[in-house]
Ligand binder design. Structure first.
Ligand SMILES: [Zn+2]
Ligand SMILES: [Zn+2]
Length: 165
């Protein structure tokens, strides 16, 4: 693994990937197709040269959102992972699926015609850290932490863990 490698994967850990090279053109896309594909207000993406990209665990499922474009996701947990224009020399990965998402800041916005009218105000909303919430929907957060099934933010030797088969 070179110094410029980045790794990532889905929430459950069934699909893992690695990019042995730079992430190209990091951006967020607000277009309506990306909103639906993400279940979110935008999709954060960056390209990787195909030669630098490898799946290190599992296989994604794909949805052709149009004839030239397909979107890859984990069929087990649903995490959006990839955006691919078929035949192009790059594949894009979702920046939130990186093991260190804070390391890659978006540099551009696309699809701004569909940007939420209040998007610029999100950062001013009142906030609370996860550890400052004692209860979520009536469940103690300690119960969530104690049974967290999210894959850790690094590659692992075995999946699924023995106690979760
Ligand atoms: Zn998964
Ligand atoms: Zn888009």
């Amino acid at each position: 693994m070179s110094a410029s490698s980045v790794t990532g994967g889905c929430q459950c850990g069934a699909v893992r990937y690695r990019v042995d090279g730079p992430l190209l053109g990091p951006h967020i896309c607000h277009c309506r197709m990306c909103q639906k594909a993400a279940g979110n207000y935008f999709m954060p993406l960056a390209g990787a040269a195909r030669a630098d990209f490898s799946l290190t665990r599992g296989e994604p499922a794909w949805f052709h959102s149009s004839a030239p474009v397909r979107r890859g996701f984990c069929a087990r947990c649903g995490t959006p992972l990839f955006f691919e224009t078929v035949g192009f020399h790059e594949i894009a990965v979702t920046l939130g699926s990186l093991d260190d998402p804070a390391a890659v800041a978006p540099l551009r916005q696309y699809g701004i015609e569909a940007k939420m009218p209040w998007f610029g105000r999100l950062d001013a909303l009142p906030g609370a850290a996860t550890e400052d919430q004692q209860v979520l929907d009536g469940v103690p957060l300690s119960a969530i932490a104690a049974s967290n099934r999210q894959h850790p933010d690094h590659d692992t030797e075995v999946w699924p863990p023995e106690d979760r088969r």
